[in-house]
Design a protein around this ligand. Structure first.
Ligand code: BJW
Ligand code: ZN
Length: 264
């Protein structure tokens, strides 16, 4: 019996067989694309050692989301919420971008039009050299005053004083991320929606696609005629919209895909 050739890739102690035909099809779609959008989630940083949110070993394990990622939680106990974010900032100082971030940054010079849209707050796309990143859920390196709204970048980890206070008005500062029940930054959402509506291809990388409105971008792209390629070891909530599903870790799949796409 004829069996499709599989690119065998190792991930941790698992071996995954990825269908070579799917990889070639995805590369072909990308080769003829003018406008490409990459839409990423926590999985793109997994191989850098940053925990994802959901599932075994995820960041939400051992934390009720409502206790750390809502404005109500911050209002009730700012110090507890800041300790959670300060620890994540400390952990992030020890990690580096992985080959998936590198490929997604390189694509800015490969396609006539390219937009990188992320739900991640870790800054690893920028660290890999990505110039323009739409950060839908803010940045963990951004700190915002709840009193006067003043925003600043602060990369110190640990922060010298918890909770930090605004130098302008003395008000309490909060992490510059988007919590449940909060609106996404309007400009970021508008840019991402416009890019999704206009794209030829949307490459969805490492997201469970359960959090809205971000996950809705995949539906926006697909219903506007964009082709969706999913890169994820598991099927996400939007896998049914994908023309091609590349089932493997992003740090392995994206370099293989990039090589096949080649210099256009
Ligand atoms: C790999 C891999 C490898 C592993 N390679 N892949 C219906 C419609 C619209 C909204 C809602 C709705 N129902 C409920 C809502 C509200 C809510 C929501 O969506 N809830 C759902 C959970 C049901 N949304 C909101 O509240 C949003 N705001 C909003 O709706 O405003 C309007 C409004 C205002 C006022 C009142 C009511 C409405 C805001 C959402 C903010 C989300 N914030 C967080 C925290 C950010 C700060 C922080 O980091 O602490 O954002 S939650 C968390 O989830 C984080 C992520 O960006 C987001 C998405 O997670 P992601 O990236 O998909 O990670 P995982 O862990 O879920 O998945 C990882 C994936 O990687 C998996 O698939 C793995 O298989 C894969 N993977 N290794 C590739 N090596
Ligand atoms: Zn202030």
């Amino acid at each position: 019996m004829h069996r499709p050739r599989a690119a065998t890739v190792r991930f941790g102690n698992r071996i995954q067989g990825m269908n070579q035909g799917d990889l070639s099809r995805a590369a072909e779609i990308l080769r003829s694309a003018g406008r490409v959008v990459a839409f990423t989630g926590a999985g793109v940083s997994a191989e850098s050692g940053v925990p994802t949110f959901r599932g075994a070993g995820g960041l939400w394990e051992g934390h009720a989301v409502q206790q750390v990622a809502t404005p109500e939680a911050f209002h009730a106990d700012p110090l507890m919420v800041w300790r959670f974010y300060d620890q994540r900032r400390i952990n992030l100082t020890k990690v580096r971008p992985n080959p998936a971030h590198t490929v997604l940054a390189r694509w800015q010079d490969r396609f006539p039009s390219y937009q990188l849209v992320t739900q991640n707050v870790d800054g690893l796309h920028h660290a890999a050299g990505a110039r323009e990143v739409v950060e839908l859920h803010g940045s963990i390196w951004c700190v915002r005053c709840v009193g006067c709204g003043h925003e600043r970048e602060d990369r110190s980890a640990p922060l010298p004083d918890l909770p930090p206070r605004c130098s302008a008005c003395g008000g309490l500062e909060r992490p510059g991320v988007v919590w449940f029940g909060e609106y996404l930054p309007a400009r970021a959402m508008a840019l991402a929606t416009a890019a999704a509506e206009a794209c030829d291809v949307l490459v969805v990388v490492g997201t469970s696609a359960v959090v809205y409105p971000a996950a809705g971008l995949v539906e926006v792209a697909a219903s506007a005629g964009g082709k969706v390629i999913e890169v994820n070891p598991e099927a996400s909530q939007v896998a049914h919209l994908a023309e091609v599903e590349l089932r493997g870790p992003a740090g392995v799949v994206l370099p293989l895909l990039d090589e096949l796409v080649g210099d256009r």
